[in-house]
Design a protein around this ligand. Sequence first.
Ligand SMILES: [Zn+2]
Length: 317
Amino acid sequence: MIVPLHAGVALGDLQHLGRPEAIAVALIDTGDGLGLVDPGPSSCREALEGLVADFGARLDDVRHVFLTHIHLDHAGIAGSLAQATPRARVYVHERGAPHLVDPTRLLDSARRIYGAEMDRLWGEFLPVPVDQLVVLQGGERLSVGTRRWRVAATPGHAVHHVAYLDEHVGVVFTGDVTGEATQHGTPALPVTPPPDIDLEAWRPSLDRILEWRPESLFLTHFGEVRDPHRHIEEMWKRLLEWSDTVRASLEHPGSDDARADRFLEEQVDALASGLEPEQVKWIEQDAIRSSWFGLARYWRKKLAPPVVPVAAPVPPA
Ligand SMILES: [Zn+2]
């Protein structure tokens, strides 16, 4: 079932692994065929087909696939859609584009994380034919059918992350850079998985989005947020708190797994104290745990002593 949000813009729930409100896709009537923002992983193909049918279209009507970034939960099915529909275009930041053309490295590193679960979680990830890519840098104005869109580079969650503003309806499609929130009144939470969390780059990305003065944000996890300023500042405050907590945890004895488990437990306890039990079940615990690893990697890189080149010893004369 789709939820119409604005003229020609609807939200679809991909029901990832049968779980409601995990991954959202935006369906757009562009006036030049169907547009999808972050079409999701191939493991949600059937759900995507159903949502597109509810929107009055078919998968081969897809002409524009707008990716905020290339993580598997957002972009996994992009190559399959492109290969099946040669007229479809896939929009992606220039630093993500090479990994869509040749996903070998992307998939190798995902396989290290997900192991045997990889196929069940995400399904296949096919390459996007290079001539179907629209490569973005940020700062573009796009004319897509009857719609006028703007693009901003929004690194922080991922180095190649972008956000899109639909100028007519004032919605910014923010992928993961504005974190996650549910439709159940749970707080704005950061999403900081490895490998390229960058807090210095992150705040300017949020400011770039706020400068557009959006009416609302469309979050992949999950849905529309109608108070962009409050949501973004709440997410950012929590991100700084998490960052401090993770940095301090690196001093504690024990394994990374133990540190991440403790972080998860502390955060869930802190969040739960202000929520109804019904709301607590909507907090995505896996994402909080993996956020420890992303922030730990960020701090270890930042705190590592600089590598000083050592002069070769001068041989005795
Ligand atoms: Zn995501």
